[in-house]
Design a protein around this ligand. Structure first.
Ligand SMILES: C[S@@+](CC[C@H](N)C(=O)[O-])C[C@H]1O[C@@H](n2cnc3c(N)ncnc32)[C@H](O)[C@@H]1O
Length: 190
């Protein structure tokens, strides 16, 4: 896997790593194959907790196996529920929330993230963040519905009060227009 500036997942992880505290709480809003959950579990450490959501058993099973092989399953609560219900399962404050949107690599494309649910989940994430906490999103625009999801996220992010949130967007300039976009939102006051 690429670990350079062309890897949107790597970039978003780098931006979130500053906000994840040992012993703290973080959220993976889209568990998928578990790579982002494992990343968060390593940083939160044995006293921390990661809540990891997915609507597919296939994804949660992959994530469980990855965590077990790394000896970190006990740091993570896997939740089979949509991330739009995040606040039913997680009480803040949380250090970080990661959204790696789209569909499960190697899985069914029908279980794709949806703009309206992503919006609700993002609003929840922003309420849950501690001061100085960060939400990071990797957004793919090349599949049906992807551009709508990107535009919806961008609209919310760009409209946030700059006294309350710092927001950045990263686009890769020398790749196809459909290359993934990264948005990072930091709650001010940390
Ligand atoms: C690109 S994958 C995530 C990749 C993952 N973070 C990793 O490290 O491998 C997107 C995931 O979002 C999940 N998903 C779709 N809608 C969802 C929802 N409403 N709530 C939570 N997960 C959802 C899909 O099932 C899929 O597994």
């Amino acid at each position: 896997m690429s670990r350079g500036l062309d890897s949107a997942v790597h970039l978003v992880q780098q931006f979130l790593s500053c906000s994840v505290q040992s012993g703290g709480t973080s959220v993976d809003a889209t568990a998928g194959r578990g790579n982002d959950t494992l990343f968060l579990a390593r940083l939160t450490g044995p006293e921390g907790r990661v809540f990891s959501f997915d609507i597919q058993e296939d994804a949660l099973q992959s994530t469980r196996l990855l965590l077990e092989s790394a000896g970190m399953a006990d740091r993570v609560t896997l939740i089979k529920a949509g991330h739009e219900n995040m606040e039913r399962y997680v009480s803040g404050p949380v250090d970080s929330v990661i959204f790696n949107l789209g569909y499960l690599p190697g899985g069914k494309h029908s279980f794709i993230t949806k703009p309206d649910l992503t919006m609700r989940a993002l609003q929840s994430a922003l309420r849950l963040l501690r001061a100085g906490g960060r939400a990071g999103l990797v957004i793919y625009t090349g599949h049906p519905g992807g551009m709508e999801e990107y535009e919806a996220v961008e609209k919310i992010a760009a409209g946030l009060d700059n006294a309350l949130f710092n927001v950045i967007k990263i686009v890769v300039l020398n790749r196809a227009a459909t290359a993934p976009v990264v948005i990072v939102i930091e709650k001010a006051g940390g």
